[in-house]
Design a protein around this ligand. Structure first.
Ligand SMILES: [Cu+2]
Length: 142
């Protein structure tokens, strides 16, 4: 080997090693790029879940007329896990509804989740006259 040939092979060697080092740096960056993409893909899923949660939230609204001395309708059918909002329309005096087995009561609105299967009687909340004790209805959860 001449002196020039040695210099050339040294330069070629440096370029070769430099190239490998450069390529491995690029490789090191690839997973980072992939992670960024994953993070971008995650967001829409989270947003979707929030939208679904939002959709689940509004309860089923049931309107019930309360009068001396009864309710119309006096039976509510529900599915276990269902959220229910009962709007009580007191047509003469203040009645309301209480469901002692579920520990809930209200004069105008009753909002709850029907999380127990069974039949639950409800009664009038406010003393409204002679027939007060006869005022009742039934929530049936299946
Ligand atoms: Cu009453």
């Amino acid at each position: 080997m001449t002196k020039n040939q040695k210099i050339i092979s040294a330069v070629v060697g440096i370029i070769f090693i430099g190239g490998i080092a450069f390529l491995s740096l690029l490789k090191g960056n690839i997973p980072k790029t992939a992670n960024t993409n994953l993070a971008l893909e995650k967001k829409p899923v989270e947003v979707q879940q929030e939208v679904q949660k939002g959709k689940e939230q509004p309860p089923r609204e049931v309107s019930i007329k309360a009068f001396r001395f009864g309710y119309e309708p006096n039976v509510i059918n529900a599915t276990k896990g269902e959220k229910i909002k009962i709007n009580i329309e007191n047509t003469d005096v203040l009645h309301g509804m209480r469901i002692p087995d579920l520990g809930i009561s209200g004069n105008e609105v009753l909002e709850f989740t029907a999380d127990q299967v069974g039949e639950f009687s409800w009664y009038c909340t406010n003393m409204c006259g002679e027939g007060h004790r006869a005022m009742q209805g039934k929530l049936i959860v299946k």
